[in-house]
Design a protein around this ligand. Sequence first.
Ligand SMILES: *Cc1c(COP(=O)(O)O)cnc(C)c1O
Length: 555
Amino acid sequence: MIKTNATAAVISKNSRTQLVADRETLMRIFIRPESDASRQTLVKYMDQILFGLHEFLTRHVGVTQEISLKELSTRFTDTVISQHPEKKLADVITDLIENIAPHAVNVASPYFVGHMTSALPFFMVHLKTIVAALNQNVIKLETSKVVSVIEKQVLAKIHRMIFQKDDAFYLEHVQNPHTTLGCFVEDGTLANTSALWVARNSLLAPKDGFHGVEAEGTAAAFRAYGIKRLVVLVSRLGHYSLRKACGVLGIGNQNLIPIDVDANNRMDLSHLRENIDKLQADRRKTRILAVIGIAGTTETGSVDPLHPIADICHEYGIHFHVDAAWGGPVLMSEKYRHLLSGIQQADSVTIDGHKQFYMPMTCGMVYFNSPNLPDAIEYNAGYVIRQGSVDLGRKSLSGSREANSLILDSTLKIMGTRGYGLLIEHGIDTAHEFAEEIKQRSLFELMTSPELNILTYRINPPCIRQQMAHASDSATVILNEQLNTITRKVQQLQREAGKSFVSRTTLRNNGDDGSERVVFRCVIMNPLTTISILREILDEQEDIYNRIDSYPEPS
Ligand SMILES: *Cc1c(COP(=O)(O)O)cnc(C)c1O
């Protein structure tokens, strides 16, 4: 039965059912389903969720202007919490499915190829439900018991996938309460922050009457170590979460130093070395806290040369962090794991579960090569996380948190590395195929070839392309502005049409002029996104381009 918001209100008014919050109904929501009737009610609601959302998940992507955000926002201006209950559970679920979901974004659509969020294996909903039903708090043993032990095991599995230590190492650490192979946090942002937090506290550790940066703060630490500033080096394609981390940790986000990239958007090693030498010689007494290599940049999916960066870090004794928030799971593909070679030399690694592990929002993880490294961030408290306990909250940026490890551990069992490998390979193989298709179409220009499953391209019509070939520098700048306007406009119109979604970003030209190029950014992670769907997306873009008869002058 389909009821809109308005009719539901009318019905409840007519039947004069006044919902009340009283002790009896309150007890009902906490009591376990003992009777057959209440059991059936529970099943009915679950059914409503699983199949009611089905229609939504099979529609087009829905980034439409059908109802503008502005109009939607006018519907949500109620700022008073009602004293009495407004709706029954069944009505709330119906409302979410029928009135809210259609205006959300269908990230599960195979035509949604713009972001790092995609369809989930269907069983993720079941696993997430179990996590909610058990409601364990992994901060401490007393609220999680076996779940803490499972968490240590799954952390060891992923650690092994990254660092490839021997059996003896994992036997020693898998359930060792004194060591930490990694931890779960909310997201990649906090994973990167954790890694830099550990690096900072290790560098500015307690010594000769100084109690360490964690206790005394950066000003005292700088005095104790005779330095004036800390810096972190990352390619200029580094994720902005690193700037946040530097801000939060008192390093200062201006001290996140961008290193140039080469023609393939990978960190330029000679520029890295140049910077390290310059900074080491700095009379202002700069200390390099960490160098960060990226295994799958957010914008282009490129992977920095991890081996050589690791060697340089080793030579200078610098903490080497790898931001593999996106690319980490590529290690499960036999065909493509070599792309991340060198990652095992990192001191710390970030991986996001909600990206290429296909877990529901959100799950970040950080791993440490040396399981004693996280001692630098240990906290204890009397009533919780006691010293020497297995409490996982002792060395973690997060406080209370859900048992994401149950989802990851179960999924690894369901999928195996081979299952994940197939997903990864589909994405990368399809991205290569798509790149070839783009090259064959005269309207488009491939801007960055896919190394992983991300590529960028733009519209560059033959007429402009020919002009560009012979244009002066200043004319090139103007033509480039025209191309930016075209790509921006087509991306916007395609998004508003709501059939498919490709995202947009701005890349800086590697050449001398440093001009900015607006590009389409395509992320292929949905196994249902095939080359023929991608061709349709290009057809639609061509169509949109041809239908626009004039473009505004470049600003
Ligand atoms: C997504 C991403 C992050 C940030 O992760 P969140 O989970 O969004 O906080 C960091 N680095 C890279 C390379 C990413 O792709």
